[in-house]
Design a protein around this ligand. Structure first.
Ligand SMILES: [Zn+2]
Length: 485
């Protein structure tokens, strides 16, 4: 039997980091032993010792991404399972769950089979899970899968225009796991001529939809998850009350919440000052003001929000800069020549969504250094809670699944160096569109190693790069327009 032993500081959701030896079987890919008592440590050539400036987390799992690939190949220019998987491993993420709004939205068992075969076929070290879409005419599948329902027009045809339409469909999904994109169609329509993305998709847009979404979850006992949460304050009060109602039902589950790195790092106050960053940070739902952003960070730390889920949305640079003839260089040139008018154009409606997989661990580092998250907080929101979500959909070959460093769990680890810094540069990204909203920013905390089923699958980056020709890098470093968070 071949096995490998990793020795170092393990960081789990339960306790402060502790020196341990983790044995992983390369045959099954599962953890076979965890020793925390130093006197029992083994000594042999198979032991891989991890530096003391690193933390060994259970493999981090991103439960909300867009991989774009389907049988039509219609958006393979944006991303494929291969490149999304590469970006994940590059960012310290060992598994991803892909949303169903591909060119031909995934809503049937036949399509699900296609996606499952495709992700098996590429033999990628990352684990893939697929959400199945819920639309105005869909019914639940026989397979045990997570579902996704869109209440706002983000995704072509797969969305509901009214509460009635949503209710008619969801009455058939009683007790099933459904993730919600929560934005109200009428509020969006009423604000479509506002002057930037935050005012076109205001807080009210989330709150109005949330009111009826929570009521539907209660009425049909849905095992619900709220995606990419963007607002604090009143929406938190609504969710608190709702969770109390759901808890009384003793269903064994209660509504959970995701937050995306974009809503943790950028807010509309920053964009008021520097509207030139809009093309890079436009996303649905929109970022809101600083107060909301800080409420999200606090709620993630306190455990009210359950997951960091990126909503990695790989659109090409030319799509992101469609208001500038598809050219980022033209945008930059115009910004120099005519800054006021160019900034106004940046506020116009562009393409929503940004790439985040490559920088997942950097965001964890930012939360630890700037917002005092403990390693337990990080393990909880990146591995333990995502593991609980994903494990219920896995077959027995995954053992006990993801989220813990314990016997029987996946031998997949995200090893993070918490002392070393990383300057985000385009040259080190693996996502197909090849840009990140974080380019030119420096992060304390970076990927040291990524282990999947005992194998080292780390993607090497060139940390010596200190210069880049990317427009975003130029804006932040050479022009000194830094957006702090
Ligand atoms: Zn999404």
């Amino acid at each position: 039997m071949s096995e490998v032993i990793y020795e170092g500081l393990i960081a789990t959701h339960k306790k402060a980091p502790v020196q341990a030896q983790i044995t992983i079987s390369k045959d099954t890919g599962l953890i076979t032993n965890v020793i925390e008592n130093k006197e029992e440590f083994k000594e042999n050539d198979n032991i891989i010792k991890i530096n003391s400036d690193c933390l060994i987390f259970p493999g981090m799992y991103d439960i909300h991404i867009h991989a774009r690939e389907d049988e039509t190949k219609g958006q393979n220019h944006k991303e494929t399972y291969q490149t999304a998987g590469d970006a994940a491993i590059n960012g310290g993420v060992i598994g991803i769950a892909a949303m169903p709004n591909t060119p031909n939205p995934l809503t049937t068992s036949e399509q699900l089979k296609w996606h499952q075969n495709r992700t098996k076929e590429i033999k990628h070290p990352a684990t893939f899970l697929n959400y199945v879409g819920v639309g105005p005419t869909t019914k639940p599948l026989v397979e045990n899968v997570p579902y996704k329902a869109f209440t706002g027009p983000s995704v072509g045809d797969l969305f509901f225009k009214s509460e009635k339409e949503l209710r008619n469909t969801l009455q058939h999904y009683k007790g099933l796991p459904i993730s919600f994109h929560v934005e109200d169609f009428d509020v969006l329509a009423a604000n479509e001529n506002e002057n930037n993305h935050s005012t076109r998709r205001p807080v009210e847009c989330v709150e109005v939809a949330l009111k009826y979404v929570l009521q539907i979850i209660e009425d049909y006992d849905l095992n619900a998850k709220l995606c990419h949460w963007s607002t604090g304050l009143e929406s938190f009060n609504m969710i608190k009350k709702h969770r109390e109602i759901m808890a009384k039902k003793n269903l064994g589950y209660n509504t959970t919440i995701e937050v995306s790195p974009l809503h943790l790092t950028f807010d509309s106050n920053m964009l008021e000052k520097n509207p030139e960053f809009w093309p890079y940070v436009q996303m649905n739902p929109a970022i809101q003001n600083k107060e909301h952003r800080h409420a999200l960070i606090d709620a993630l730390k306190e455990g009210f929000i359950d997951f960091i889920a990126t909503d990695h949305a790989p659109h090409t640079i030319s799509e992101k800069f469609k208001n500038f003839n598809g050219s980022e260089e033209e945008f930059y040139k115009l910004l120099k020549e005519n800054p006021e008018e160019t900034k106004l154009t940046c506020c116009e409606n562009g393409m929503s969504g940004a790439t985040w997989l490559d920088t997942y661990v950097n965001i964890c580092g930012m939360l630890m250094t700037k917002h005092n998250f403990s390693s337990m907080d990080i393990a909880r929101v990146t591995a333990y809670n995502p593991g609980k979500f994903v494990n219920s959909f896995l077959d027995s070959s995954y053992g006990k699944g993801f989220g813990k460093i314990e016997v029987g769990y996946q031998g997949s680890l995200t090893i993070m160096n918490i002392e070393k810094e990383e300057l985000i540069v385009r040259e080190n990204l693996k996502t197909k569109p090849g840009y990140s909203p974080l380019e030119g920013l420096n992060f304390k905390g970076r990927v040291e190693k990524v282990i999947v089923k005992g194998e080292d699958v780390t993607i090497q980056k060139d940390y010596s790069i200190t210069d880049s020709n990317s427009v975003l890098f130029k804006l932040r470093i050479k022009d000194g327009i830094n957006v702090p968070f």
